[in-house]
Design a binder for this molecule. Structure first.
Ligand SMILES: NC(=O)c1ccc[n+]([C@@H]2O[C@H](COP(=O)([O-])OP(=O)(O)OC[C@H]3O[C@@H](n4cnc5c(N)ncnc54)[C@H](OP(=O)(O)O)[C@@H]3O)[C@@H](O)[C@H]2O)c1
Length: 324
């Protein structure tokens, strides 16, 4: 792969986008183009068209999205569906218009039906009803996959375009959101255990039974997988995908219970107290894990162990200027 390629990373200030920039730089890519949200609102069609005309990137990583937890998804469903549809449609279409041959779209595991067989394989897409709390967001992400596939099907041969899509499992790591109410499980637990340690609290209480099983991937592994998929020979990509089922799951490969996760985070943070579970609170789905065999067959698997990733994530949390 030519390391002078002009590459646009959309969402480079986000957790995943910043990790993709780090990975590209580490691999020697030297011509990376970025714009902050303030400089370029990706919901604005004219602005996006002008950007692509001006910069003419050769490749695009689409890691910009309106992202949030259950509460935000439930409270602002219109913003979630509208903004994500606009970002995807604008970036993918304008990339095509300006001659971008290769693009990688980042989706999410929430594209799969609520009752999808576990582990969730790529062919579980559209076989059942989605989880209602984040359905608008999931529909937008499914539209992103279908945009890539449709452009490939209509223009692939004629214009030589090759737009791919990866679906990450739950991610964590540097650049995560540690907001007290609006964060995912790992950053939320890091904050709670850290605060409990600082305040010498005898107990940390966690919602639910602690038995649900979840999968977590370190964000730099996600970035490595993204660049791996982008660099992958088209022959291999086509061998393991189909034109109308072309997305690729990116998971860690194993899961653990919330109780095991909490104990591990407690150890990483150095919390000495007790961990209790409030069983009156809801648990959510009992098990949610990706089937990442497709990516494994293509030649990639995760490298960073959960304990190593959590240790780096905790150091990142400690460096946050506004964490308390
Ligand atoms: N984090 C996870 O656990 C996870 C799991 C699965 C999939 N993913 C996927 O990975 C991708 C990136 O997620 P992330 O965790 O890195 O999210 P993030 O940290 O919130 O980053 C998203 C980035 O997109 C930018 N953005 C949002 N709306 C924009 C707009 N209209 N114009 C320009 N920029 C805009 C944001 O800028 P501002 O902050 O300035 O708005 C931010 O820099 C998303 O597609 C997400 O679905 C993430």
């Amino acid at each position: 792969m030519n390391k002078d390629l002009k590459i646009y990373v959309a969402g480079h200030r986000g957790m995943v986008g910043s990790a993709i920039v780090r990975e590209l730089q580490a691999k020697g890519y030297s011509n990376i183009v970025t714009r902050t949200h303030a400089e370029l609102d990706l919901c604005n069609q004219h602005a996006v068209a002008n950007f692509f005309k001006e910069e003419n990137p050769e490749q695009v990583y689409l890691a910009a999205a309106k992202v949030g937890g259950i509460h935000a998804n439930n409270t602002y469903p219109a913003e979630f569906i509208y903004q994500n549809l606009m970002i995807e449609a604008n970036v993918i279409h304008q990339a095509f218009e300006s001659g971008v041959k290769k693009l990688l779209f980042l989706g999410s595991s929430c594209i799969y039906p609520k009752m999808a067989p576990q582990p969730m394989a790529e062919d579980a897409l559209l076989i059942g009803k989605l989880e209602s709390t984040n359905e608008p967001y999931a529909i937008a992400k499914i539209a992103g996959i279908k945009l890539c596939e449709s452009y490939n099907r209509q223009y692939g041969q004629l214009h030589g375009i090759d737009y791919r899509a990866v679906m990450p499992t739950n991610l964590y790591g540097p650049g995560d959101n540690y907001h007290p109410e609006n964060s995912h499980v790992i950053p939320a637990l890091i904050r709670r255990f850290h605060e409990a340690k600082e305040q010498n609290s005898p107990e940390v209480v966690i919602w639910g039974t602690g038995t649900p099983m979840r999968e977590f991937l370190y964000v730099d592994d996600m970035a490595a997988a993204s660049v791996f998929v982008m660099e992958l020979d088209k022959f291999i990509y086509d061998k393991y995908t189909e034109p109308m089922q072309s997305h690729i799951n990116v998971g860690f490969g194993t899961d653990l219970t919330i109780k095991e996760l909490a104990e591990m985070i407690g150890q990483v943070v150095g919390y000495q107290g007790k961990i209790a579970f409030d069983k009156s609170k809801p648990d959510g789905t009992p098990k949610k894990i990706m089937n990442s065999d497709r990516l494994k067959q293509m030649g990639w698997c995760a490298r960073v162990s959960l304990v190593d990733g959590l240790t780096i994530a905790y150091q990142d949390f400690l460096m946050q200027p506004n964490r308390c």
